[in-house]
Design a binder for this molecule. Structure first.
Ligand SMILES: [Zn+2]
Length: 96
C-alpha cells in the first residue's frame, strides 16, 4: 500500500484467476485482506474461493513506477495513532 498523502493510499493490485470459468480479475490487496478464506469468490461465475487462484500482485516499489493514475485502486484509511503525544501551549503552560 503506497501512501499518497495523509490518510489516502494507493492499494497494491492482486490478479486472481478462476479455474472454473477461466476468467481473471484484479482487486485491491486491502479489500481481500480480510477474506476469511484467503481469496475472494469469482465475480463472474460466483464459485467459491477454493476455485480462485492468486496469479500475480504488485508491491509498493512497483506501484511508484507504474503511474496508474485513475486506473489505480485508492482507499482512505485512518493513520495509525502516533506514539508521541502532542503538546500545546495553553495560556503559557505546555499541556498534553
Ligand atoms: Zn469463475
Amino acid at each position: 500500500m503506497l501512501k499518497i498523502c495523509d490518510g489516502y493510499y494507493q492499494d497494491n493490485l492482486v490478479n486472481y484467476e478462476c479455474v472454473r470459468c477461466s476468467k481473471s480479475f484484479i482487486v485491491g490487496e486491502e479489500l481481500v485482506k480480510d477474506c476469511s478464506t484467503g481469496s475472494p469468490t469469482c465475480p463472474y461465475c460466483g464459485c467459491g474461493s477454493e476455485y480462485v487462484v492468486k496469479r500475480s500482485y504488485t508491491e509498493d516499489e512497483q506501484l511508484e513506477g507504474m503511474g496508474l493514475g485513475c486506473v489505480g485502486i485508492y482507499l482512505e484509511k485512518e493513520e495509525p495513532a502516533s506514539p508521541f503525544k502532542v503538546m500545546e501551549d495553553v495560556d503559557g503552560v505546555w499541556e498534553v
